[in-house]
Design a protein around this ligand. Sequence first.
Ligand code: 5GP
Length: 225
Amino acid sequence: MTQTSPPASATTSSQGPQIARRGVLYILSSPSGAGKTTLARRLIAADPGIAMSVSVTTRKARPGERDGIDYFFVELQRFNAMRDGGELLEWAQVFDNSYGTPRAAVEAAISAGKDVLFDIDWQGAQQLSEKMKGDVVRVFVLPPSGHILEQRLKSRAQDPADVVARRMAAASAEISHWAEYDYVIVNNDLETSVSAVTSILNAERLKRERLLGLSAFVRDMQRAL
Ligand code: 5GP
C-alpha cells in the first residue's frame, strides 16, 4: 500500500459511526463485448461512494464519447510525456492505441477513503496489483458463451469489420487471464451481475485491513465499558 496519513478513526453520520478506511481500487476486466462497461455504469450510478477512474488514451473518440468523462483523449506525444513524467499509475498498449490511468486522482481518492472503479485490461490489472497490492480487488467478467460474445461484437455498429475480427482474437487472449482475478462473474443476466459486483464491493469495504480507524474505535468503545 502507498503511505498516506491516516484519517481520524471514525466520524458520525445519521447511520451511526463511520469507521475511517482506505478506499478500494476496484478493477473490472473482460473481453470487449462481455458487458463490463454496462456493469461499471450501473455500479457508478447506484453508489455515490465509488467514482470511475478516467483513463487517458490515444484512441480517437467514438461517436457519443465525451472528453474528460469517458476518456481523456490525447495525442501520442502527450501520452508519452505523461508516462515518462510518472503521471500514470499503469499503462498498456491495446490494439494500436495506448491507454493509461492518471495517478493523481486515484491516490487522492484512496487516501480519502473513496473507492475507485477501473475499466482496464489484464495488463493494467497486473500493474496495479503489483503497485498497490492491498488496495486492489479484481473482477473478471466472462460472457455467457463464445457464440454470444461473437454476436455482440458483430452487432456493434461503431467499429468496422476488420476491427471486430481483431477484437474476437483479442477477446480470446484477454480471457486467458481470467485466473489472475480475485472474482469471476459469468454475465448471464445483467441484474444478477450488477448485484454480484455490488456485493463484492460491499464485502471488500468491510475487510478488516482496510478499516484503518477500527483499532481506535474499539479502544474507545472498551474505555466506555
Ligand atoms: P476501448 O478502446 O474499447 O474503450 O478499450 C479497449 C480496452 O482497453 C478495454 O479492455 C479497456 O478495459 C482497456 N483500457 C481502457 N483504459 C485503460 C487503461 O487506462 N489502462 C489499461 N491497461 N487498459 C485500459
